[in-house]
Design a protein around this ligand. Sequence first.
Ligand code: NAG
Ligand code: NAG
Ligand code: NAG
Ligand code: NAG
Ligand code: NAG
Ligand code: NAG
Length: 471
Amino acid sequence: MFITLTLIIIGNVRCQQQLMNTKTAAGSISSPSTAKPIKTTKNIRRVTFPDITKLYSIGKSVQGRELWVISVTSHNSSTDPDTDLKPNVKYVANMHANEAIGREMVLHLLAHLVNHSNKSTNVKNLLRHTRIHLMPSMNPDGFEKAIEGKCQSGPGRHNAANVDLNRNFPDRFFKSNVAEQPETAAIRKWIHEKQFALSLNIHGGALVVNYPFDGSQNHSESHIEKSPDHDTFVHLALALAKRHPKLRQKVQCIQEEWFENGITNGNAWYPIRGSMQDYNYINGGCMELTFEISCCKYPPKSELVSFWNDNKIPLLTFLTEVHKGVKGRIYDSNTEHRIANANITILGREMTFHSDSNGRFWRILLPGDYVLVVKANGYQTLQKQFTVSEHKITVINVYMAPIVRHSRSHNLQQQKYLIKKGQNYDELLMGQSAALTMVKNGTNSQQRIQLQIVPLIMLVWAILTIVNKNC
Ligand SMILES: *[C@@H]1O[C@H](CO)[C@@H](O)[C@H](O)[C@H]1NC(C)=O
Ligand SMILES: *[C@@H]1O[C@H](CO)[C@@H](O)[C@H](O)[C@H]1NC(C)=O
Ligand SMILES: *[C@@H]1O[C@H](CO)[C@@H](O)[C@H](O)[C@H]1NC(C)=O
Ligand SMILES: *[C@@H]1O[C@H](CO)[C@@H](O)[C@H](O)[C@H]1NC(C)=O
Ligand SMILES: *[C@@H]1O[C@H](CO)[C@@H](O)[C@H](O)[C@H]1NC(C)=O
Ligand SMILES: *[C@@H]1O[C@H](CO)[C@@H](O)[C@H](O)[C@H]1NC(C)=O
């Protein structure tokens, strides 16, 4: 027991030293001549519980520093029935690297999770059912310049190419002329690979939870820009704000800045273009919120304990929010193969998300009745009703019928065949609308003629029969 604890302590200390502190460790990563970072990485791997954690890098910063992520989960073997639909959640901190408090909180969270992985039932359950990906710093180059104790401005907000990373994501209305930064590209690739269901972007300099949209068509105007999932986002924002003592008490960082319930719509606070949370939601199928956890951007380390006390419960409970709503798998009804990259929407919420490379999907929703609409190339569009309840995530498997569409003439033959068998042509058209809208007017009239031929033949046959009988 004592040895285990010692390992925990060493593990945490090493991990924190390597990832946060240090300008030395981080600096040496950029110079390939030194063997030190590799050694340190090995140490992390060895001491920080290989059963439940994994250290990986999603790419490199402008100056070549690794963009480290630690994932934490238990029961990760492919034979565990729970593993297949286990959702991915991520916490990204230090995007504005002078807002350093987030990186410390993410590492404290990591330490808390491994410390309690065998002790607390809540943490055990959380790790069993969730894959948690923690990125202490999205902007390690900026952090090299950041200065402890600088509360307002101070160097390090931007990356090494002097770009604000929270303006560098593709925007739905505006095309930026700033080149995509390696940090942005790495995050985008990661989002599309992992198909996160929930995410937090942790900042400092204010005390508020900010939810999408951050931007609108009219960039100059600040107003509440509601997303189709406004209800869910408000719920998620409150899940954090209600549990954070300072947000709950509406502590104001700036005299005239006041947030009702400690939350705000991004565009209502101040509109921005190219934000990470909007990109996550619109393009990544992931509900991301921005959590501003400190008036002072880079508070002195003596205050870390008090920050952790404020943030521990909100950061832990927010992770459990990923287990609300719906998740499932999309199959080909003939082959039972999974369908990757299907377009999925919840009826009435015009925001498409996609099944992952293994045909799985996740969506956070509040309790209620919904309709899932699934579209995939080569399949009939499918709608499926489902109910979301308060305490248990709904799991649904969707089976999609392939559209048989080899060639135009094949199609026509198939339709003729079905018409002969007495099927309603209109019904057929409806069912295959995805494929048949592609059939041009010309073809349609051809088909209409064929449709008319059938009764015509029957009429001739009837007349002939009558004539025969009369003879
Ligand atoms: C969990 O399993 C997946 C798939 O095999 C693997 O990619 C990931 O690294 C594992 N995570 C941990 C924390 O072991
Ligand atoms: C983790 O456990 C160690 C050893 O008990 C303790 O020193 C440390 O404060 C704990 N950290 C967290 C964040 O719980
Ligand atoms: C938790 O317990 C298991 C089995 O008793 C052990 O293998 C593992 O090392 C422990 N993990 C931690 C983090 O203490
Ligand atoms: C954008 O917002 C500004 C400020 O409210 C307003 O003056 C302007 O007319 C708006 N433009 C459009 C195209 O809506
Ligand atoms: C899926 O959505 C994309 C745009 O997001 C669109 O280009 C594509 O045609 C859609 N696929 C189907 C089968 O509807
Ligand atoms: C089909 O033809 C009708 C009448 O000629 C026309 O109104 C309609 O726009 C055409 N539709 C397509 C998809 O070309």
